[in-house]
Design a protein around this ligand. Structure first.
Ligand code: GLA
Length: 421
């Protein structure tokens, strides 16, 4: 196209986008890859405040997390104040000016998230959105929010159990309708502003949300109860993800809960495995630690770009549990361009050398020798059929194989890491 024609056309397109925010929103779909950011709950819980959120935003920039892809700065529960005479939600004394806070976070090139629920009260007992859904969605949009976590909690006794005592099927319909209501309210609110709001469902994985949440506009849905900064909690949650892989994809993701990397007494191996496996699961990577006190080794885990690239792979195929052998688990994930990631985890509490583990590439549909990159040492590595592997307790070997050589069985190429789609 001639330059003289192109400039007026570009100007016309820009004018259209400014005049029609709905169009702009359609052109910027959210959640094409899993959300990345930080959330206040896992470390700060009710101690979150304006100053802490600003500090988290500052740290995301100064620690290299922003460059590594972290975008959302999410305020969880306990920001809420009483409703005013018109029913508008207000903030409590910890958050003197939400709009100014959102502007601050945006000025860092980041996005900001907020929290509510369909009941009368949030999980921590603060006012939630029941009967004020559109009003609240409009308020969040007017403050400039980009993300809403919507947490079921008191809606169960307040509404579901009251309206349909002992009728679980009806209770589930009531719950789905409540999520639909907020989804519609967000769509209406964002049509006015042109700033899309990521919709994160939090109802602990009850009633298979992966089956109904995408259709109502959910961008992610919790698949389990609350995570804790303990290996057993992380491993229990990981074990519950097997079989959910076909439900994740661009725009809609399984959410095994926020990261505990850097929290509690998790060892470095446990932090590495937790982070690696959330990346393999195409999970939201929402750091949950105190970024102002982050140790360099925790920072290095959270900003490992090779591991983040697995999480953010544009195909959006979640890993599957390929097989277990004793206390070793092997998971695989298909990546763009035919690449494959393989994770081998020692989930036992002892060093594995006491019970040698031999990698079975044939069970992954792979030929006897594969070359790839070990994503924690950064070195090239070769995997061979039946090679013995020794891993410290709760540690992981994570390898990306850019051009896997597939096994040939009965003259046919075996599918590698096929998902259940
Ligand atoms: C629930 C959620 C948590 C957190 C708290 C806040 O327990 O699952 O992630 O949001 O509520 O009260």
């Amino acid at each position: 196209m001639r330059l003289s024609l192109r400039i007026p056309l570009l100007l016309a397109a820009a004018t259209l986008l400014t005049a029609c925010p709905l169009l702009a929103q359609k052109m910027a779909p959210v959640a094409q890859t899993p959300a990345m950011g930080w959330n206040s709950w896992n470390y700060f819980a009710e101690r979150v405040d304006d100053k802490g959120v600003r500090a988290a935003a500052d740290q995301i920039v100064s620690t290299g997390m922003k460059d590594a892809g972290y975008v959302y700065v999410n305020i969880d529960d306990t920001w809420e104040g009483p409703r005013d005479a018109q029913g508008n939600i207000t903030t409590n004394a910890k958050f003197p000016d939400m709009k100014a806070l959102a502007d601050y976070v945006h000025s860092k090139g980041l996005k900001i998230g907020i929290y509510s629920g369909p009941g009368n009260k949030t999980c921590a007992g603060y006012p939630a959105s029941l009967g004020h859904e559109q009003q609240d969605a409009d308020t969040y949009a007017s403050w400039g929010f980009d993300y809403l976590k919507y947490d079921l909690c008191s809606f169960i006794p307040d509404t579901m159990q009251k309206q349909a005592p002992n009728d679980h099927a009806e209770q589930m319909r009531i719950m789905i309708a409540a999520y639909q209501k907020m989804s519609d309210a967000l769509k209406k609110a964002t049509a006015k502003t042109g700033r899309p709001i990521f919709f994160s469902l939090c109802q602990y994985g009850w009633d298979s949300p992966w089956e109904w949440a995408p259709a109502l506009g959910g961008n992610s849905w919790r698949t389990t109860g609350d995570i804790e900064a303990r290996w057993q909690s992380i491993y229990d949650i990981l074990s519950q993800q097997s079989g959910l892989e076909s439900y994740a994809g661009p725009g809609h993701w399984n959410d095994p809960d926020m990261l505990e990397v850097g929290n509690g007494n998790l060892s470095l191996a446990e932090n590495r495995t937790h982070f690696s496996m959330w990346a393999m699961l195409a999970a939201p990577l929402l750091a949950g630690n105190d970024l102002t006190q982050m140790k360099p080794e925790v920072n290095a885990i959270l900003t490992n770009k090779d591991v983040i690239a697995i999480d953010q792979d544009p195909l959006g195929h979640q890993a599957r549990h390929a097989y277990s052998d004793g206390e070793v688990e092997v998971w695989t994930r298909e990546l763009k361009g035919g690449a494959v990631a393989i994770a081998v985890i020692n989930v036992g509490s002892d060093r594995y050398s006491t019970h040698p583990f031999h990698l079975n590439l044939a069970r992954l549909g792979l030929a006897a020798t594969q070359t790839g990159k070990d994503l924690w040492t950064g070195k090239e590595t070769t995997l061979t059929q039946h090679m013995p592997l020794e891993l410290p307790s709760h540690d992981i070997l994570l390898v990306r194989i850019p051009a896997p050589v597939k096994a040939i069985l009965a003259g046919k190429l075996m599918p590698v890491a096929a998902t259940a789609k």
